[in-house]
Design a protein around this ligand. Sequence first.
Ligand code: ATP
Ligand code: TYR
Length: 464
Amino acid sequence: MLPLRRSLLKPLQDVLRHSHRQMSQKNLLELTDRGFFHGIFPDTAAPRMKQLFTRGQQSIYAGFDPTADSLHVGNLLVIMGLIHCQRAGHRPIALVGGATGLIGDPSGRKTERNQLGETVIETNLKAIEQQLRRVFENHENCLWDSKKQKLPLAPLIIVNNADWYADLQLIDFVANMGRHFRMGSMLSRSSVQSRLESEDGMSFTEFTYQIFQAYDWLHLLRRHNCCFQMGGSDQTGNLMTGHELISRVERKREVFGLTLPLVTTEEGDKFGKSAGNAVWLDGNKTSPFALYQFFLRMPDSEVEKLLKLFTFIPLPQVEQLMREHTKEPEKRKAQTLLAEDVTLLVHGESGLKQAERVTNALYKGNVEGLAELNLSEIQQTFQGATMVNLLTEPGMSILELAMKAKCFPTETDAVRIINAGGFYVNQKRVQNIAEVLTTGVHILRNGISLLRVGKRNFYIVRWQ
Ligand SMILES: Nc1ncnc2c1ncn2[C@@H]1O[C@H](COP(=O)(O)OP(=O)(O)OP(=O)(O)O)[C@@H](O)[C@H]1O
Ligand SMILES: N[C@@H](Cc1ccc(O)cc1)C(=O)O
């Protein structure tokens, strides 16, 4: 399938369309030039890692705990890392934490997580697995050209750590594996230190978390010959514990950690669930349009960094794009490409089409586009809008509509503001208070009217 690329950016885009589809360098450390690695572990291992990456196919794993029913943009960076592995000819392994999700990773958290029940974890696991598969499929369909490459992409392997803990015997595990974990190093992890110093302290449950992530790596090394683990920089301590365990248990084996920078807001807060600012990969939680807009709105100061991290556009083309962008920043070329590529990756062609449809509906006053959206798309797009249910009545006027939907405190205010041009129905200004509502203009064929007072106060009317 060819990628969907038909926006404003014709000439440059034609170049980019094909350059996206090149292999990544076999030596994954080259991704450092894209801003990928915050650190490697051990920190002197770069030459050895390069040797292994260039010599043959490696397996690289990253884990995701099912602590929510969706992954988010912060996690997407880790997924990008796994996809780069795939493009470089290596094997990506995504681990979902059916077991670790029950324990709760204390890394980067100031307080203990609320315990999640097994059914919630089970539902979250399924959703996350599905999302991971979908993103990898979208990449292969929309951002990769299999015909041009000599080797097919190695398929994504998804494993669940509940599978190997289910049969594990507690006493056996503590008696045999427990000996290899040293208290001194476990206590020295910053995730432990900061919590021990906090008012609430740390539970034994959370303290044990690093043991399980470490054992996962040992298991994947034995089962999938997986010598590399990748994760956000908040995972450094957990990676170190795994490295230490493996160097004691499998003395002849070498393993390596790769940490990614944390994606942060302009204010420097980590994007994530705990910070409460997640931009979700689930289209029902963050619509394709909202995701598209999130990247389209990125300030100029952030866009180059994000193009390198969240798209596969080769670096020389990113530079060329930035040169063009700087000449006409108001066209938002760089942001548009970024938004398109991320939306394609997360939601595929249909998601990008939907995002573009809503954009047209909203910013080009296209009533048809608005009528194509369903209620949940409209609700997601206008988060915070007041929902109103109204009965259709023949002959209802604009003024009656505005009053029934409680857009104004008094009729005098309504008349004044509508006459002054501050009232919109389906994104079109209406100034005649006596105008009678018509289907197709004021009442869309999806049974919805979108009202707006001033710039930002939206009301969604659902006609009964
Ligand atoms: N903002 C981010 N930037 C880069 N990597 C991230 C970001 N948020 C999460 N990750 C990484 O994604 C992987 C999975 O993280 P996890 O499932 O714990 O999500 P999380 O949002 O960090 O959760 P929480 O906020 O509840 O701690 C980890 O390697 C983590 O470091
Ligand atoms: N601890 C990781 C998730 C994870 C779980 C198990 C692993 O083996 C690896 C990673 C996180 O919370 O982000």
